[in-house]
Each structure stands twice: as C-alpha cells, then as structure tokens.
Ligand binder design. Structure first.
Ligand SMILES: Cc1cc2nc3c(=O)[nH]c(=O)nc-3n(C[C@H](O)[C@H](O)[C@H](O)COP(=O)(O)OP(=O)(O)OC[C@H]3O[C@@H](n4cnc5c(N)ncnc54)[C@H](O)[C@@H]3O)c2cc1C
Length: 472
C-alpha cells in the first residue's frame, strides 16, 4: 500500500516535491530539542499549491495513511515529528511560499503557510506596516506553524498571540476538501468562527495552507531599556507603573534572571552584559508608538526616576541607537542558546495570571531546589503575559541522563504549582506529544470530551497528525 502511495505522490509532485532518500528526509525527522529521534516516514511531500496539498491528503486518505503537517520544524513539543512506526507521510509546507496579497488600506496581508515569519515581517515593513508576531525562531518558523501552535512571543502584551492576528484562513481538511475562508473582515458574525478551530490545533484538524493576517501602523518611536530589579515582585510593580507612565504603549516586558545573562555572556559570542554590576533579576522593556514624536522617552525617564526612588529599579541602560537596542534583545534571545551549553535542561512553559507571577516563581524555585539540590533554574519569559519559561539546568557535574530521567517529576511539580494558581501547563508552545498525557490531568472531562468530539467530527478516521494533542 505504501509503495503504491509513494508512486502516486511521486507522479503528482515530481522529484522536488516527493522525497524518500534517507539523506533528503533526515532534516524533516530531526526535532529541535532532540527529544524525538526515532521518527520514520514513508516520505516527505512538499506540495507547491493548495490543490496539491488537497491531492496529497486525498491520496493518503484513500490509502488509509496518516499525515503529519510540518512547517519550519522549530516547535518545542514534538508536534511535527512523525512516529517511529514509519507509516505516516510528512507534508512539509515550505514550498507554499507566496505572499498572495498585501492590502495596506485594509491593513491585511494574505500569505501561504510556508512563508517564514521573518519574510512576513519584512513584507509588512516594506509597505510601512507592522506584523507584530515576533519570536526567537522567526527566521525559520513558518506562518502555518505559528498559527497551528497559536504562537505567542515578545509582543503579546500589546498585540495578542497568533490567534488574535488572523482574519481569514484556508485549510485542507482531513478528507482533502478545501475550506476557503480567506476573508479580510474585522466584522463577520455569521455563526461559528471556524478559523479559530484550526488555530492552535497543532495540525490535528487539517493543514493550514494560507491566511489573511492583520497589519498595524509601523512604530516610529521606540524606547528599549534593560533594567536591574531586585525581585519578580518589583518587576510586576514596574510593569504596572510602566503601562501607566507610557499611556499603555508597552509592547514587550521580559523577565530575565541573573543566571540567564551569565549563560548568554559565557556561551554565546556577541552577547554582552548590558550593566556593569550584577543584579538578581532584570527586565527588558520596550515601549513603541506609531507617532514619530511620541513622548515615550519623557514617560520612561519619569517612570525610572520614581522607580529608582521606590527601590524597584536599581540600575539600567536605555538604548540610544538601533544597534544598542538589538544588543539588548540579543542577550534576551541568547540566554536560550546559552543554556544549551550548560548541560541537560528540563523545560517548562507555564502561564499564571500576571498578578501571580512572583508567587509562582517563589514557590516553584523553592520546590525544585528542595527536590534537586544544586539545580540551576532559569525563570525567564514574557512577564507581561504571565508566561514563565522555567527551564531547569542540571546541577553542575550531574549525570545528564540521570537528571533528565526526572523530567516528568520536575515538570509535574511545576505544572501543579502553576495550575494551583489558576495557570496553564502550556502558555505558548502547545501540547504536541510532549504534554499530551499530562493534559489529561489538568483539563476537565467536559473540556476533554468536547475536544475529542471536535476531532471525531472533523477527522473521523484520525488520519491528521494522530497521537498529537489528544491520545489516539
Ligand atoms: C529558539 C526558539 C525560540 C522560540 N520562541 C518562541 C516564542 O517566543 N513563542 C512561541 O510561541 N514559540 C516559540 N518557539 C517555538 C516555535 O518556534 C513555535 O511553536 C512556532 O510557531 C512553530 O512554527 P514552525 O513553523 O516551526 O512549526 P513546526 O514546528 O513545523 O510545527 C508545529 C506544529 O504545527 C503543525 N503545523 C505546522 N505547519 C502546519 C500547517 N501549515 N498546517 C497545520 N499544522 C501545521 C505541526 O504538525 C506541529 O504540530 C521557539 C522555538 C525556538 C527554537
């Protein structure tokens, strides 16, 4: 059956569009974090058009072969990784790479699923507009993957996550039909909002092939500051004050612990400590306005004066040029890479109500420290969204494999503290394979039953990314 399907897909897609040799398919089997290294596949389909995606899916359905949609393969929960049984076809969206339309007056851009996030940002900037979704993997991740994971990133505080940036969508359904809903409307109250079902579905309900995205006026005034704060509680106080002081123009508000700066500076060339004296915590704050003469600097100066006086900021650097701004952001992004060089690490991506972040960090740091003496927690993330990536580096000199064997125990501990404070076990990375079974512990049976009903209604044969998000 799979040999016949392979022949059919080769005829349909040609040599560039249907890959089966081990060296060609290897990049599509590798997963960024290296958790799922046993993936195998019948082959990798690389369709160029929505029609081809539909034909590929229809051929797979006819053969009873499951499909694994894949974008830039930067996901962190194993959602795009095929299973070890090898009976699936990977559908890689990278050749669906056209920007179909940019309507500056409507404030929309219509793009195909395989366009990288960076290419969309660049196209928007070239038209004097902003597409605000922004994250560390933006040069590689694709908009289809961003929408399928409902990606968050650095500007959610101001613009919302991927879900709130979509007006229309085109999806190939699990039976090969095309749902064409590429409407660029801000108002459309015509029943259920079907597009939202596919956003955040991690490829379990269909393959997104295109979307209409919202654009915004491009920022013309930008202020970026790297501030030393004594504690997460002080950072929260600063968040509240800074929103008020800038007329709610804060677009990013990132919390960084000292150890994160140290990992970045020690291991990543080009990362420099922005301040001369160490501080236990830092905030990277950015305020933006589309007005060229917005009084952001004056607001920031007034804020910092009061914050120094109140002792919630102890030191700081404000970017005086675009190069300095990029240098400050580089430290924030480099801490992730830096941590990779500090031995094994166990990752958490949780959210709690913004007001509960300090309490969460206090409790979680105490709990993991008690469980594993010498553990090196890096609690960083998008404080303005209540999203903490509590990445736990192994104690120095510990055996990495023995440390990683505690993954479920340590993430369970952290998840329970987050959900106990009204939080979520996945703020922005999704569920995929990594958190599929944990989800059962944290969602009510009513929520799980509704999710299963939706899956059954749209994908009755469970051929669309099976075993991801929901257990088979
Ligand atoms: C350095 C780094 C920094 C990151 N920072 C952030 C961050 O700040 N915020 C954040 O939210 N994430 C972040 N991520 C995670 C990742 O970049 C996002 O989840 C991203 O949205 C995934 O996009 P992708 O194209 O790589 O998707 P993939 O990894 O290829 O796929 C992700 C999921 O979407 C499905 N999928 C992919 N394309 C389609 C499609 N066209 N139709 C249907 N399903 C599809 C896959 O089956 C899979 O389940 C980061 C990752 C890295 C490596």
């Amino acid at each position: 059956m799979s040999a016949e399907l392979s022949r059919q897909l080769a005829a349909l897609l040609g040599a560039k569009g249907w890959l089966t040799s081990p060296e060609d398919i290897a990049p599509y089997l590798a997963e960024w974090r290296g958790h799922y290294t046993d993936g195998r596949t019948i082959g990798v389909a690389r369709p160029e058009t929505t029609e081809q995606v539909s034909q590929v899916v229809a051929a797979c359905v006819a053969a009873g072969v499951p499909v694994v949609p894949q974008g830039g393969n930067t996901g962190l929960v194993g959602g795009a990784a095929p299973h070890a049984h090898g009976g699936e076809v990977v559908v890689a969206c990278g050749r669906l790479a056209r920007i179909r339309d940019l309507d500056a007056a409507n404030g929309t851009i219509t793009v195909e699923a395989g366009v990288t996030l960076k290419a969309i940002q660049d196209a928007a900037a070239a038209a004097d507009r902003l597409f605000p979704l922004s994250l560390g993997a933006e040069g590689t991740c694709q908009i289809g993957g961003n929408l399928s994971t409902n990606a968050g990133g650095n500007a959610v505080l101001r613009y919302g996550n991927a879900r709130s940036l979509v007006l229309g969508i085109e999806v190939v359904l699990p039976d090969g039909q095309v749902l064409e809903a590429l409407r660029g409307l801000r108002k459309d109250n015509t029943g259920y909002d079907l597009k939202q079902l596919f956003i955040g579905a991690e490829g379990t309900l269909g393959i997104i092939t295109a979307a209409v995205l919202k654009l915004f006026p491009r920022p013309r005034s930008v202020e970026t500051a790297f501030l030393a704060v004594p504690s997460p509680a002080a950072a929260l106080d600063l968040l509240i004050r800074s929103r008020a002081a800038t007329g709610d123009q804060i677009s990013s508000f990132e919390l960084i612990p000292r150890i994160g700066v140290e990992f970045a500076v020690r291991h990543v060339p080009g990362a420099a400590d922005p301040l001369s004296d160490p501080s236990p915590w830092y905030v990277l704050l950015e305020a933006t306005s589309s007005a060229p003469d917005a009084p952001l600097r004056a607001g920031l100066e007034t804020l910092l004066e009061a914050a120094f006086e109140a002792g919630i900021v102890t030191d700081g650097a404000v970017a005086e040029s675009e190069a300095q701004r990029q240098g400050l952001w580089f430290v924030r992004e480099a801490l992730v890479e830096g941590q990779r060089h500090a031995g094994a690490s166990i990752k958490n991506d949780v959210s709690v109500p913004v007001s509960q972040v300090p309490e969460f960090i206090d409790r979680a740091l105490a709990a993991v420290g008690e469980r594993v003496p010498g553990i090196r927690p890096v609690a960083f993330g998008h404080l303005g969204d209540g999203n903490v990536h509590l990445n736990l580096s192994q104690p120095e000199g510990a055996d990495p494999a023995a440390y990683l064997a505690q993954w479920a125990d340590l993430t369970g501990l952290v998840d329970d503290i987050a959900t106990g404070l009204g939080g979520s076990i996945s703020a922005e990375h999704g569920i995929g394979r990594l958190k599929r079974d944990t989800l059962l512990r944290h969602k009510s049976s009513v929520e799980m039953d509704l999710m299963r009903s939706i899956k059954r209604a749209i994908d009755p044969n469970s051929l669309m990314n099976p075993g991801k998000v929901l257990p088979d």
